[in-house]
Write a protein that binds this ligand. Structure first.
Ligand code: ADP
Ligand code: MG
Length: 721
């Protein structure tokens, strides 16, 4: 007997190879498969008499096969299966390419259901490569609307589409889910009944059934609403509980060191923007209190968040306290380490770097020549850094290392959406208990450090408040003055050579170039530009005279770091990379961002890439390439030329969503919402009301054990505020 925890290999007809493919999608159990939701639907809900087919429209046709044969097309070097299907109103020509087995699966006289688009065939109509299904029930004249009698799941009604890996078909996935969909009834519904009632939501079991096999659009709507509510509700509930928790704990106050802070600001080669000044002031005021700050610093790419964080961290250091800055990648951590060391060169502050492969301390020196090693000339360990540095910069390694800070007063998390709730919590708990004179002689108390989260997620204030609860927010809504607008263009293939020529020209003038590709190597998926291939081509044939390097997530940390530091030093002129450069990297000398396969990225993510250039006085450019010549794709990319705001761009992406699409392109930099969208204001409000209500009744959640369990599981999994 199957149950939710059964392995997918226990399902009928799942062999080792299918199981392996499903595993790639994260599907290992029956439960995983039930929660593997389709992202869009083909609408074949209208069974159309062949005589009434319309050119270009999707339709479902049911008829009898009159002729079926395989042909070889010598010109196109492929097999063509040709069929004639009749339903009594008309005969339709159907062809499939390179699927000769179809002529074995189907035979003349069979009744089939076909789903596809009617195409032009020398003035008549035909279907090419439609989805097909043999029908066992007797042929009946076409009925209007529903199609009761025919038991088809691939070609009739609203047919779900899933995100798949190579060589796994929609047909297979639908077939498997059909077999286990009955088990949806045994999925426990963790949403308290009163919430469900008040928000007018269907049960989880029903939502799962309907999202996979909807009868009509209102089924999809109802299912989507329930599943989207779940996501928003968990975010809200989390925000409420964090707030309650914080209000009960104490923080080490960080006194504002006015003279030194002023000295630092005056030492900068530029003036702070008004927004930076205001944000820094809001933060310093919070830090001076003994209530833990929990503030989100939000500013579009290039708005200068790092500097604001440095001002805050410097104040902690000047008070003899410690500050830590956690970044999502080694590249970024190292870059912050060098930036901060450079900026604070004139201050007596020790700065440490802790990543998995690197432990370093710099002592107000720049460039960092004098790497301190410990007396026995052994390698520096995390413990040495934690004991001697007052500003510590690092990656996840900061939490993984088995060390505690003596005097941690401020934790800064850069690109906060890259970290899970648990990781942030773990960072805040990295401090040792301190003597607490307030609580009495000999009593030690663990104080909660102030938390500053930074994000380039460009959510407007009102929305951020609705989404994250009443959190404190500082916004950098102003760019440094010297910035020029980045010239952005979707470049047609015909102009590729010209673009290369332009790159060569810019490099001659001393500038540098990023080339972004969607994949690492071609075996990942066919037809999409990969880093390996593109690097080879550019290095060997296009720019043999120029220094190039490649960068991707599968390289060793030390290699990545070497490439990045050479690029930063200007020794490498062109960096061919995957999306690893998307976050945070700051190479002011780079002036061209060239993106291959641009249609594969969300607009907000493309905006993030673009933010890697235009970071200094040089005029910068963003060139978008795609081999998808669909006009809609081009239009979508052109939005980037017009808009310079990640939030607007995400909104536009939503508009480009096709009909029947349940969720859109993944938008890096936005909370990980699958079903819900940032623009579901009404649903967000509803989720918030319900979360506030529950938290007020019992914020231990003891009354709702299923909900409590779900929240814990979600916190471990989802990377969110
Ligand atoms: P982000 O907000 O994307 O993290 P950064 O903090 O990396 O941006 O800053 C982007 C670049 O702008 C850096 O090179 C930084 O030195 C520079 N910068 C920061 N503030 C200013 C300013 N007020 N005027 C000019 N340049 C600035
Ligand atoms: Mg940054």
């Amino acid at each position: 007997m199957l149950n939710l925890e059964s392995s997918i290999t226990d399902i009928n007809r799942v062999g080792a190879s299918t199981a392996k493919k499903l595993k790639k999608l994260g599907v290992e159990t029956v439960r995983d498969l039930l929660f593997y939701f389709p992202f869009r639907y083909d609408d074949f809900s209208r069974l159309t008499p062949i005589a009434e087919l319309q050119l270009g429209a999707s339709a479902n046709v049911v008829g009898q096969i009159e002729l079926l044969q395989n042909k070889r097309s010598p010109r196109r070097r492929m097999n063509i299966t040709e069929a004639l299907v009749t339903d009594g109103t008309e005969t339709l020509k159907v062809i499939w390419f390179n699927q000769p087995f179809i002529a074995r699966v189907l035979k003349v006289g069979d009744r089939v259901s076909l789903a596809g688009k009617a195409e032009d065939d020398y003035g008549g109509l035909m279907m090419s490569s439609p989805a097909y299904e043999k029908i066992l029930t007797p042929l009946r004249p076409p009925l209007k609307g529903g199609l009761g009698g025919y038991n088809a799941i691939h070609t009739q009604g609203l047919v779900p589409n899933y995100h798949l890996t190579a060589s796994l078909t929609h047909k297979q996935v639908r077939f498997l889910i059909k077999q286990i969909i009955g088990l949806a009834a045994s999925v426990p519904d963790w949403l308290p009944p009163e919430v469900k009632r008040e928000a007018k939501l269907i049960s989880l079991a029903e939502a799962i059934k309907k999202i996979h096999f909807p009868k009509n659009n209102s089924d999809i709507q109802g299912a989507r609403e329930r599943l989207a509510f779940d996501e928003l509700f968990l975010i809200q509930l989390q925000a409420q509980l964090v707030k309650k928790n914080l209000s009960a704990s104490r923080a080490p106050a960080i006194e504002f060191q006015e003279t030194e802070t002023k000295k630092f600001v005056d030492s900068l080669p530029f003036k702070l923007t008004g927004a930076q000044r205001k944000a820094a002031w809001e933060i310093l005021q919070d830090l001076a209190k003994d209530k833990p700050m929990s503030r989100l610093l939000e500013g579009d790419v290039g708005s200068g968040k790092t500097l604001v964080a440095v001002i805050a961290m410097l104040n902690a250091a000047l008070n003899g306290q410690q500050a830590v800055l956690m970044a999502p990648t080694e590249i970024l951590a190292r870059q912050h380490f060098e930036t901060v060391s450079r900026l604070l060169a004139g201050f007596d502050v020790k700065i440490g770097l802790v990543t998995r492969s690197c432990k370093e301390i710099s002592n107000n020196q720049y460039p960092i020549t004098d790497k301190i090693t410990n007396p026995n000339d052994k390698k520096i360990k995390a413990i040495d850094i934690v004991e001697s540095a007052s500003i510590i910069i690092g990656t996840h390694a900061l939490i993984q290392e088995d060390v505690k800070f003596n005097n941690l007063a401020l934790a800064v998390v850069d690109e906060q959406h890259r970290f899970g709730v648990q990781q942030r919590k773990a960072l805040l708990e990295k401090t040792s208990p301190q003597p607490s004179p307030l609580k009495g002689e000999g009593v030690r108390e663990r104080l909660t450090p102030h938390l500053l989260s930074m994000t380039a997620t460009p959510i407007p204030r009102s929305l951020a408040l609705a989404l994250y609860g009443d959190l404190d927010l500082s916004i950098l809504n102003e760019m440094p003055k010297d910035r020029k607008k980045i010239i952005t263009a979707a470049v047609p293939e015909a102009k590729r050579e010209k673009a290369y020529e332009f790159m060569r020209e810019q490099i001659k003038q001393g500038r540098q170039v990023f080339v972004i590709c969607p994949l690492i190597d071609l075996s990942d998926k066919l037809g999409v530009k990969s880093v390996e291939d593109e690097f080879k081509k550019l290095d060997k044939t296009v720019f043999p005279e120029i220094a190039l390097a490649k960068l991707h997530g599968r390289m060793k940390a030390a290699e990545k770091e070497k490439v990045m530091s050479e690029f930063l030093a200007g020794e490498i002129k062109i960096l061919v990379s995957t999306s690893v450069v998307e976050v945070g990297v700051d190479v002011p000398n780079a002036s061209i961002m060239m993106i291959e396969g641009a249609d594969r990225f969300g607009l907000a993510q493309l905006h993030q890439f673009r933010g890697r250039v235009g970071r200094s006085v040089y005029q910068s450019y963003c060139f978008l390439f795609t081999d998808n010549d669909n006009e809609k794709v081009f239009k979508r990319l052109e939005a980037l030329a017009k808009y310079n705001n990640g939030f607007e761009l995400a909104k536009i992406d939503l508009k480009f969503r096709g009909p029947g699409e349940v969720y859109g392109l993944e938008q890096k930099g936005f909370p990980e919402l699958k079903m819900a969208s940032l623009f579901d204001y009404a649903l967000m409000k509803l989720a918030r009301e319900q979360a506030v209500k529950l938290a007020a009744i019992d914020w231990s959640l003891a009354s709702w054990p299923l909900l409590k369990e779900k929240l814990g599981e979600w916190e471990r999994r989802v990377h969110l505020e």
